[in-house]
Design a protein around this ligand. Sequence first.
Ligand code: SIN
Length: 524
Amino acid sequence: MTMTADLLVLGAGIAGCSAALHAADLGASVVLVAKDELGGSNTSWAQGGIIGLAPPEEGDSPDLLAADIEAAGAGLCRQEAVRLLAEEGPRLCRSFLWERLGVPFDLGRNDTPDAIAEAAHSAKRIYHAKDATGLAIQTALSQAVRSHPNIRVRERLCLVDLITSPHHCLSPVRVYDPIRVHGAFLYDPATGQVEGALARRTLLATGGLGYLYLHTTNPPSATGDGLAAAYRASARIVNCEYLQFHPTALYAPGKPRTLLTEALRGEGAWLVNRKGERFMAKYAPEHLELAPRDVVSRAIFQEMAASGDASVYLDLAPVAAKLDLESHFPTVVAACRAEGLDPLRQPIPVVPAAHYFCGGVLVDLDGRTSLPGLFAAGEVACTGLHGANRLASTSLLEGLVWGLRGAEAAVAELPGASLPEARDMAQWQMPEAAEETDPLLIDQDWGLIRSTLWNYAGIIRTGDRLHRAKADIQYLAHRIDRFYHEAPLSRGLLELRSGILCAQLILKAALQNPESRGCHYRVD
Ligand code: SIN
């Protein structure tokens, strides 16, 4: 074992960095692990915004915010989680992100953050930094964790497994102990070695799993590593059928999808078909383009199915008519131009894409999982806040609130928490791999997972499709398991192992739940 810490934080987006900072401020020694370079998390990709404090004339209140979150969650929200976020979140957004870290939110009157409107929010309460809010938050967090004397940042390490007792204990009599998490095994692609990190408490903040789907707004690193590791360690996992699709990702054949923020429709952008006809009136006559995300995503999916077209289009002309597109949405404009598209002159091709995983490792209001020693926060965790569907701009705030609370609760447990002796724990045993891994095999397996989930466990589901997907994925899982045990370890192989397990968790949950609710939509 090469590293020890009071708190090991796995994942360095908003949840992981906030947790690391708070625990370090409270005097704990923290190791913060990032899968890529610091700053490469999904948080950096979030465009829209984060719920902050509405200006007084908006008449906003925790009750109003809670009602909006519950309406989106389709009757499945955990009320205590909603109350907690609605009461504590907006204040923390302002005090922690703006006042303490100096996140450069766009400013409005009185030089305080400008709170704007967003679909399905009853008040102007969204803080933003143009259309790159996540990047602004991540940059400030990365700087703060790098300069904190109690935090050791370790970049480019991949989670292999959580270290648990009794599983990784050398003494056979420990078999009678309850399961407890003591840290993690981490693979370093630069050395090809696996390091053990022992910690008195571990906090999982590894993000989501959008890369399991053919079209996604997430980075390729969103492969469900934390969810898979927690499942293997026997943590309770819930709500895996609720995977939210974002209606508008830029469609450029052969290229990864880029989010085109919901704020564009908030500012008046229209959805049109190839002939330039608006179609949302057919599907949501009352709210049109501002209907809930699942409704808009299904409408687009159905339009594409009926026309046979590979995309529909987002017409930004109504936005450009009232504000300067380039200064308000520089990320969007640059993404379109990179594909040779001019959003000032032509409708932009869009498709729905997997965006946010509403399920995850079940946690309480302090981020405690069902496994002693393990906390979780952010997209990998299920706090119950989102229920069956997530209200826009809640995810960064949830990561912040549960990151801070998880750190606080973990540090409070430290006085009674001992660090296991390295000599009592098993080292990672590298398999004796016969030959190098052919990267084509990994790509091919990912292709199968991603198209199977997109087609059979996507926006519109049926029992037949889900059964077919389950059988195909089960066969592939068997192949990948052999592959994992026979090939030399690599980041690609570890991610594939996570992805195939998460695919099975999604399919199992989707098959077990015959009821259409929120973003789990079955037509049978
Ligand atoms: C968006 O900007 O449309 C995404 C915001 C979110 O998913 O919360």
